[in-house]
Design a protein around this ligand. Sequence first.
Ligand SMILES: [Zn+2]
Ligand SMILES: [Zn+2]
Length: 136
Amino acid sequence: MKQQNIFHDAGIRETPIRKAILSIFETSKTPLSAQDIESHTKLATLHPDTVTIYRTLETFCDAGIIRRIELQEGKFRYELEQEHHHHIVCLSCGKIQDIHDCIDEQTQRRIKKETGFTIQRHSLEFFGICADCRTA
Ligand SMILES: [Zn+2]
Ligand SMILES: [Zn+2]
């Protein structure tokens, strides 16, 4: 995806800091916290303050460029808004991996029936010990 198009499509102005932060997300394989962004080398020459980083993340969320996720760490993480997926987190080393499996139609129907809710979205995260940690 071209960066100009992303900003243009989202209806937000392109700035050097926004460009740098977007490119950090584009090259990251795991969801990032605000602290990860702040200490990233790509921002070294721009050195935005913490407030600017938080504001940029908020702008990106509102624009649908990234989404916020919560992995029970006491902080939020963010990742590019892309196809629907979930995460599994290693409780030992903190590694985060994407999961492309999801709850099936049948389960959703059961939940609807049980609660009387119509379901708009869900969040589903898994926690365990990764293969590397298990063999260590
Ligand atoms: Zn691990
Ligand atoms: Zn899902």
